[in-house]
Ligand binder design. Structure first.
Ligand SMILES: C[S@@+](CC[C@H](N)C(=O)[O-])C[C@H]1O[C@@H](n2cnc3c(N)ncnc32)[C@H](O)[C@@H]1O
Length: 261
């Protein structure tokens, strides 16, 4: 099957589910029609077919696991006879946490405490300004703000629940501000260090934005995801459980005046 690059992840997922259902029902109708009366058997076969279709559509591997378990879990959950409001509640919770992840392709996962310490060590000695693009629950910024009370920190987040969490988490830090906004619309010119822990998808666009907006000498630090086709000027391996790697760039070259390390 030729993957269609124009398909969004959600459309690919729906297509895999639909083709999985068609294939499973078709196979059972031909080979074991009596099993069609057993919802769990149909769901297990549908999960297998949907996972296979997802693989053929070149979806990322975690989607295959989701397809494999989705329908069987839905059938098992229906046996619990939960009130429909629970499903609505779960959907709304996922919505306010993951927000527009199907478009951004940047889900919520959090930097470690050791990563915050390592990024703080990259800051210039004098007071400076730092932005976290997609600050999640704000804990990374809060740690940094404590380590460097002389610097000012701005976190940008658009998902409602992480944003609210970050606002509350940083409420006691006078040098930390959380903004509910789309980071693509935030100017980067005034920042000495911009931190990003995103995904591989937006890195080329981030490079263009950083080159167009950041001042000479300012640093872009990306947790885990390197910018394609650009050599970092430093790579920092963080001693944490997940072996975080920080890719450090100066998108517009070194500062003209001495100052940044
Ligand atoms: C991987 S998390 C990183 C959280 C935090 N920076 C940290 O390191 O702990 C990425 C966050 O970016 C947010 N995000 C994704 N696209 C965004 C956008 N265009 N504008 C604002 N936030 C965005 C997501 O909602 C998610 O909370």
């Amino acid at each position: 099957m030729t993957p269609d690059p124009s398909l969004s992840p959600l459309r690919t997922a729906l297509l895999a589910q639909f083709l999985g259902a068609l294939t499973a029902i078709g196979l059972l109708a031909l080979a074991y029609p009596r099993l069609l009366a057993q919802p769990l058997a149909v769901a297990v076969l549908q999960g297998l077919c949907a996972a296979y279709t997802s693989h053929k559509l070149d979806a990322p591997p975690w989607w295959h696991a989701i397809h494999l378990g989705f329908m069987p879990l839905a059938v098992l959950a229906s046996r619990l006879e939960l009130p429909p409001g629970w499903y609505l509640g779960a959907f709304l919770l996922l919505l306010v946490v993951y927000w527009r992840v199907a478009q951004s392709r940047v889900p919520l996962y959090l930097s470690s405490e050791a990563a915050a310490t390592a990024v703080a060590a990259l800051l210039p000695d004098q007071p400076c300004r730092i932005m976290d693009l997609g600050c999640g629950n704000g804990m990374f910024l809060r740690r940094m703000a404590r380590l460097r009370p002389d610097c000012s920190f701005v976190g940008v987040e658009y998902a409602p629940l992480p944003w609210l969490w970050a606002r509350l988490a940083c409420a006691g830090s006078a040098n930390c501000r959380i903004v509910r906004a789309d980071y693509w619309r935030q100017p980067l010119a005034e920042y000495d260090l911009v931190y990003a822990f995103l995904s591989p998808v937006p890195m080329a666009r981030l490079r263009a934005k950083a080159c167009g907006e950041m001042k000479a000498g300012a640093r872009l630090v990306s947790n885990t995801f390197a910018i394609p086709d650009q050599e970092p000027d430093a790579v920092v391996d963080v001693p944490d459980g997940r072996r975080t790697r920080l890719y450090c760039y100066r998108p517009n070259g070194p500062a003209t005046l001495a100052g940044n390390r």
